[in-house]
Design a protein. Structure first.
Length: 142
């Protein structure tokens, strides 16, 4: 059997690819030292250069749980630049109206001046691209 250059090249590439996947423990040729319990040390799941999850700050839950942050704002309802988006403009500000209740949304008709109660949530991501998101809990004519 004659060995050809392409076959040798394939064998070398396969060997390098396999060697590149091998895990290095860099213990200087010595097996890892056992922990006090006689077990080898556990491998760290953290990626090099990334902080451990215990180093990260705890997520913020906002203010006092009893504080609902309810606001009442008055303005004129208009259609947003994207479909199904309603924007309340008043007091020099724009709020994107977000409804969990279809009945509330029906009360906020385009062109109407209304008073809405709820809370602003600037961290809420939407596809409407305008106004501060405002989670509506009540609507009444203004």
């Amino acid at each position: 059997m004659k060995i050809t250059r392409p076959l040798v090249l394939i064998a070398v590439v396969a060997a390098l690819a396999t060697a590149g996947c091998a895990r290095s423990t860099d213990t200087g040729g010595q097996p890892p030292a056992a922990s006090p319990g006689g077990q080898p040390p556990a491998a760290s799941s953290a990626s090099p250069g990334l902080p451990e999850s215990s180093d990260l700050p705890a997520p913020s839950k906002g203010g006092d749980p009893g504080d609902t942050g309810a606001q009442t704002i008055t303005g004129k309802v208009s259609a947003g630049v994207e479909p199904n988006c309603l924007v309340l403009t008043g007091g020099g500000k724009s709020h994107l109206l977000i409804f969990d209740d279809a009945a509330l949304k029906a009360e906020a008709k385009e062109g109407a001046t209304v008073v809405v109660t709820g809370r602003a949530d600037p961290s809420l991501m939407t596809t409407c691209q305008q106004g501060t998101p405002f989670l509506v809990t009540a609507v009444r004519p203004g």
